[in-house]
Design a protein around this ligand. Structure first.
Ligand SMILES: Cc1ncc(CN)c(N)n1
Length: 219
């Protein structure tokens, strides 16, 4: 059993709740209000930028050349592909620069990002890499599942396609490989910290849909 199989098992119940969350169900059926999708995109813009920065921060802290190279390439890839696909959504959905500037980060997006920074600062590289993993892996599972039926709304279909493609799958495979190779040299305490970080990120992935669904604010 790979270490990532153990992680998958630990996150399974939370991942299932993500799969059946109304945000995902309605994205698939096409019933999700565009305003809810826009809210998600605005919060995810903040998230993806921080996620890309985290790749660089973790890369700066590791001596493992393979991990460093993948994280630096991953940070660039996020900008070139996922963030740029989102830029295209922003144009098509008329999300203006002032709308972006005036949108405060919502509590869950803020907490999720803080959790990853905290994991890196308190527990180091191995748990921090495990904290990044659900972002890659859960979206691949959701994208593949949703691609079986597709969505009648073109924006939603485009969103699904991002996570069902070859490029995305190759990055997930690489992240799984790196996590397993880091786990091989980890102490039991580090393995526990990796699992905790993975489960907490899985929790925040679930909360992220809910945040968008209820357009969460600080009130
Ligand atoms: C919150 C979140 N998690 C995961 C992904 C997919 N990389 C994303 N765009 N946003």
């Amino acid at each position: 059993m790979n270490f990532t199989d153990r992680l998958h098992e630990a996150g399974k119940a939370l991942w299932h709740k993500s799969m059946v969350h109304p945000f995902i169900k309605e994205l698939q059926s096409g019933e999700l209000p565009i305003a809810t999708f826009k809210f998600y995109l605005l919060q995810d813009r903040y998230y993806l930028r921080e996620f890309s920065k985290l790749h660089k921060l973790i890369a700066a802290k590791t001596d493992n050349q393979e991990v460093k190279e993948f994280l630096l390439a991953g940070a660039q890839d996020l900008k070139d592909v996922e963030i740029s696909v989102r830029g295209h959504f922003f144009e098509e959905l008329n999300i203006t620069a002032s709308e972006i500037a005036e949108t405060p980060v919502a509590p869950t997006a803020y907490n999720y990002v803080n959790h990853m920074h905290m994991t890196l600062n308190r527990s180091g590289v191995k748990p921090a890499v495990a904290a990044l993993l659900p972002c890659y892996w859960l979206y691949q599972e959701i994208g593949e599942k949703m691609a079986e039926k597709g969505s009648p709304v073109s924006y939603y279909q485009e969103w699904i396609d991002t996570y069902d493609g070859e490029w995305y799958g190759a990055n997930v495979a690489k992240m799984l490989h790196l996590t397993n190779s880091l786990a091989e040299s980890a102490t039991n305490e580090e393995l526990e910290q990796m699992q905790t970080a993975f489960v907490r990120s899985s929790y925040y992935e679930l909360q992220f849909w809910q945040m968008a669904y209820e357009k969460q604010d600080w009130k």
